[in-house]
Ligand binder design. Sequence first.
Ligand SMILES: *Cc1c(COP(=O)(O)O)cnc(C)c1O
Length: 335
Amino acid sequence: MPAPRTDIETFKISSNETPFEPPDSVRRAIEQAAATVHRYPDPFSRRLTGALARRFDVNQEQISLGTGSVAVVGQLIWAAAGAGDSVVYPWRSFEAYPIWVQMTGARSVQVPLLADERHDLPSMLKAIDDSTRIVFVCNPNNPTGEAVRRDELTEFIDAVPSDVIVVLDEAYREFISDTDVPDGLDFFHERNNVVVIRTFSKAYGLAGLRVGFAIAPEPIAEGMRKTALPFGVSSIAEDAALAALECEDELFERVRHLSEERDRVWQAFADQGWDIHPSHANFVWLRLGERTQEFAQACDEVGITIRTFPDEGVRISVAEEEANDRVIDVGKSLA
Ligand SMILES: *Cc1c(COP(=O)(O)O)cnc(C)c1O
């Protein structure tokens, strides 16, 4: 690994963070919360739970918070699966799934993505058997950015046995502009085995504070609250998340901008002749195979850090226009 460049501005676009600093109101809420950090947080995060219930028109009992949705995923797996059980999910997908499944002693059943990077829902259905407790749909998928459409998801959920929990991991929900990609909450409202997982880390810009949540049928949400780390969501995180909910207009304007930038980046790669599929999140994915390292190296040389999956591909977060421009230039130089 060459030393990072110090002679030009560098950009870290490897973790799908927002490039924007918190809005003033969120920063003020964080500063004010600093005055009370000698006290434990509310173990039930009642104010945030109430605000989320109002925001999404669900009961408070249907919400389970956690220290980032990584933790929320863990809470669900701990609550619903263990030794002798299996958990089905697409692969490649979010790296937290195999880690948590292994920790609980359950068995991972990974179903390869289709050639166009989408979930292979028919094969995922076939992978479900009597031992299956949970099936994950990562929509849009990290790291490939592709999304499951409404009709195929409806058909899938209809066919999943009602005692298997369907998790819709929607960490990037706010970045979706294609109306054919469904809102997981529509399915949550119609079934009693659908769990929707969201986060404050991406569109809401609070990755450093660790807060995410699930909207789940009451018995499932109750189980998830029981497996949560006690006092996990800090008072600063709770206040910041509340402030972020209060300035959604401002935050979603940024999301719109980033979504347009995402489309600009992938269109540029497509025009350059790369094999790329549309992304519905705040990153793009290039399946580069053995050219992965070469591409990452070229990015490094212009001060850009991207996420590499060795011999598989690169995931490039959409960020400042300058960073996006440099990535497009790298694509041009290697096309
Ligand atoms: C980023 C991401 C999350 C969110 O992680 P946090 O723990 O909330 O920061 C969840 N799921 C997927 C698929 C992600 O890419």
